[in-house]
Design a protein around this ligand. Sequence first.
Ligand SMILES: Nc1ncnc2c1ncn2[C@@H]1O[C@H](COP(=O)(O)OP(=O)(O)OP(=O)(O)O)[C@@H](O)[C@H]1O
Ligand SMILES: [Mg+2]
Length: 275
Amino acid sequence: MVNKLREWNWKKEHVSLVAGNHDAVKIIALAKKYGSDKTAVHDLSFSLRRGEILGLVGPNGAGKTTTLKCIIGLVRPTAGNIWVEGNPAGSREARAAIAYIPETPLLYDDLTVTEHLKFVAMAYRVPQKRAIQRIDQLLRDFELEEEKDETPLAFSRGMRRKLSVVCALVHDAPVLLVDEPFTGLDPHAVWTLKKWLRRARAEGRSVLLSTHMLGIAEELCDRFLILHQGRKIAEGTLAELRELPKLSGRTEASLEEVFISLTNPNPEFGESKME
Ligand SMILES: Nc1ncnc2c1ncn2[C@@H]1O[C@H](COP(=O)(O)OP(=O)(O)OP(=O)(O)O)[C@@H](O)[C@H]1O
Ligand SMILES: [Mg+2]
């Protein structure tokens, strides 16, 4: 009996370790090749912990969007394993656990703002009363009330982005994957989105935020993962990143300074930016 219990406990622990039950997202040795010669992501492993905002930063073409798309299941990895809340990426359970703000807003030109939000609420089975409350709150918070019956056909770039953002916030998915969500938003909307992301974290939900806006990332994120040419070159809190040898003891360095030092092949460039 005792042996059986031990065996069962070991199996449970082993399964949860393998399946990544301890993390919101667990990625092991992810690689993605487009065609035969373009390797966008190499041997990437990391975890998004429960209740954290993890900043995914890196120069253009570093592989951030590819990584997010692999987690969602929109892109099939060439190698590696990904679990979302313990479920294999791409499975129905994994998809249901994710709210996604894509790099390029995907909107329906025939649906009004409210119809977009109701459609997402229905797809994620948000109870009707809760959906109505949430939609009203989002329209108010993101100052979209006047446009609620309009279609996005004539929307500005920033308005399209706002609609894409609120669509992802209608439901309470435990994992938020957000790809450059601040681009084109006005300062009110930036402030509001930061508030909603912080609230998600306070509720124990997890956010993977890909962005070039390093000031906002520094303000919001608990930890950072720096990608360069498809490889992870650093991971940790800002304090931990400042300890890296390339930072030569610059204990006050901003995330921008850390980023420049780690990703620019010319060290003088980093130095001159920091004077
Ligand atoms: N569908 C595709 N077909 C071929 N190559 C692709 C495809 N999508 C991305 N790539 C290439 O993969 C690499 C990583 O692209 P990705 O979009 O993941 O980078 P990113 O870090 O999101 O960049 P950015 O900061 O510009 O958004 C780039 O070299 C890009 O050209
Ligand atoms: Mg991208």
